[in-house]
Structures are given as C-alpha cells and as structure tokens.
Design a protein around this ligand. Structure first.
Ligand code: NAD
Length: 254
C-alpha cells in the first residue's frame, strides 16, 4: 500500500473508533529540534547512557550529568515549540477523536500544543525534585546558582524525569495500562519501542483487540509483530494529513 492509501486507512480506523489513544516517543519532537536518544542524530551517538542517564550515575556524579547532558537538554527544550505533529494531535482531541496521549517525552510539548489529557510516563523536566527531602521546584522559576543545583536543605536536585534504573510513576503506569486495555485504536508515534515497560503498552492494547498503527520513518520491534501496519514517514508530515482526512470523514457523517 502506498503512503496516501495508508493515511486514508488510518483516518478511517480513527474515525470509526470509539476510543483512540496515542503513545508517543522522542521521534515526535525531532521536528521541534529535540534530538531523540536512538537513531540518526540521536543523543546516544554522543553520550553513553550508562554514564549519563542511569540514576546510579546521577547519584555518583550529579554535577557531571547536569553540566554535560541536562544543561543542554533544558536549554533546547525551553526554546522548543510544538511542531505540526503535536498540533495535529491537539486538533484530533478537539474533534473528539483522541481520548488521551501517553508520552514517553519529558518536554511538555503536547500540553503546549493544546492536548489536555497527557500521561507523562517518564515524568517531566518541568519540575525539579530534591533527592534528600523530596521538595519540588518549578524548573522555570528556579534560578540555578551552582552545579549541581541544590535544595535549601542542601540536597541535590534532579529533574522529575525517570532515569534508567528508576521506577515508572505508579499512577502513570496504572492509567496507561488501563487506557491501553480499553482503547480500540492506538497510534504509536516516534518511539523505537525498546524502552520497557513503555514498549509493552502497544501489546496490552493489541491483546485487548485494538488496532495498532505505527508512524515512524523506521521499522521497530513492533513492526509486523504487534502493529497492524506502519506508516513510514515523519510524524510532522503524516499526522496532519491523517487528521485532515478524519475531519473530512466526520463532516461527511454529519
Ligand atoms: P528513541 O530515541 O529511542 O527513538 C526515537 C524514534 O523516533 C526512532 O524509532 C526513530 O526512528 C523515530 N523518529 C525519528 N524521527 C522521527 C519523526 N520525524 N517522526 C516520527 N518518528 C521519528 O525514543 P523513545 O522510544 O521515546 O525512547 C527513548 C526515551 O528517551 C524516552 O523514554 C524519553 O523519555 C526519552 N527522550 C525524550 C525526549 C523528549 O522529551 N523530547 C528526547 C530524547 C529522549
């Protein structure tokens, strides 16, 4: 099937579904200028994950993780804007055809685009949390005076995002599994589907009978196994077209 036919097929599946859920990964924010972890131009080409993104590494050398990886990420994310893919998902919600977004991203761009129900599976960079007393600070209001940034109690501050070796926030995990079990279409966008337990969410939906549609320029371990079909393209090009088609189909039903 060609790209245009797949886009029409996805729009039909979405338009007739009772409950559509989107699962997004770093790939949806690539067109906003935020590098993904894996794949071409990914951060892991420059950084060793064990050295920078594991909680043990952070506890051992917080100043190193802050000054090499996090400072850059915060700077990029602070200035990033939603791209046509984020805006298309917000439009789908307004059309009444997107129940919620489960995102692995920590950049807040779905909310910035206008989605009102976003489950942050891996937490967020919008908050900092003290490793000693648990006090939380809004990142945009916190003035960094030293490296690593510290709480009034002297404890080191960590972004409220999930590092490797840390558990998934309980409520985000519970709700994501519930939404997966109860949706009839899942859009799986821009994730390499190798980070668990996030990568198991599409299988939960599939086992409960949902249609799984992947949008990714590259195949993933889900492709041909868990997903019903993949639309091979950039999310910023494919998603607006799907939503345009959904809009047409809904108008025709009125
Ligand atoms: P990943 O980096 O492992 O994989 C990115 C995927 O996106 C790849 O499959 C790639 O083919 C695809 N992709 C690249 N460009 C795309 C585009 N324009 N449109 C659609 N897809 C595209 O990402 P992941 O699976 O989300 O897992 C990595 C973890 O990294 C996540 O848990 C997330 O917390 C974290 N992360 C988040 C951000 C962010 O918040 N924006 C950025 C980097 C990493």
């Amino acid at each position: 099937m060609g790209l245009e036919s797949l886009i029409k097929r996805a729009a039909k599946d979405v338009a007739k579904a009772k409950k559509v859920v989107a699962l997004t990964g770093a790939g949806i924010s690539v067109e906003s200028g935020i590098a993904p972890f894996r794949g071409k131009g990914g951060l892991w080409e420059k950084f060793n994950p064990e050295e920078y993104a594991h909680i043990n590494a952070f506890r051992r050398h917080p100043e190193k993780v802050w000054s090499v990886l996090l400072k850059d990420m915060f700077e990029v994310i602070k200035n990033a804007q939603p791209n046509p893919a984020h805006l298309a998902l917000a439009r789908l919600e307004k059309l009444g055809k997107l129940h919620c977004v489960i995102t692995q991203n920590v950049d807040g761009l779905h909310q910035k685009a206008g989605n009102t129900d976003v489950i942050e599976f891996h937490g967020t960079l919008a908050w900092l949390v003290c490793l000693d007393c648990g006090k939380r600070f809004k990142t945009e209001e916190y003035k960094v005076k030293e490296m690593p940034p510290r709480c009034e109690c002297g404890g080191v501050l960590k972004p409220d995002a999930v590092f490797f070796g840390e558990p998934i926030p309980v409520e985000a995990l519970r709700r994501s599994q519930h939404e997966a079990r109860t949706c009839d279409v899942m859009l799986v966008i821009g994730t390499s589907a190798v980070v668990y337990p996030a990568a198991s969410i599409p299988s939960i939906a599939k086992n409960a009978g949902a249609t799984i549609i992947e949008i990714n320029p590259e195949a993933t371990p889900l492709t041909g196994v868990v997903s019903d079909y993949i639309i091979e393209g950039n999310a910023g090009e494919v998603l607006p077209k799907i939503v345009d088609e959904v809009e047409k189909l809904l108008r025709a039903q009125e």
